[in-house]
Write a new protein. Sequence first.
Length: 123
Amino acid sequence: MIHPKIKKKVVVVDDDPNIIRLLEVQLGIWGYTVMSCPNSLDCLDMVTENKPDLILLDIMMPGLDGLCLCSELTTSFDIPVIMVSALQDSKTKRDLKFLGAYDYITKPIDMDELKTKLQKAVS
């Protein structure tokens, strides 16, 4: 059993520094330890080294996009991935489930919805 004083670790992957900062602050207030990564390529190393409890992953990023990274993460690690994106179409949502995403949240981020999904994913 995890000691209640041990903070859950979340990796935030987004190429927008404003989104990263917003999530770092809010997740910190909620009691999570937050590590951020501005690109997909460094994410795999960060996840391997830090073994987070959850990953918040943007879809639209330069280089390796979030869809490809989600597939790699869910194949290689047993860590829930919540996708974060401005995309709201049903095809994207179906693709994310197929790629192994735990859940999906749209931008602009509803913080109450995010908090509920985080708590469910790491419980």
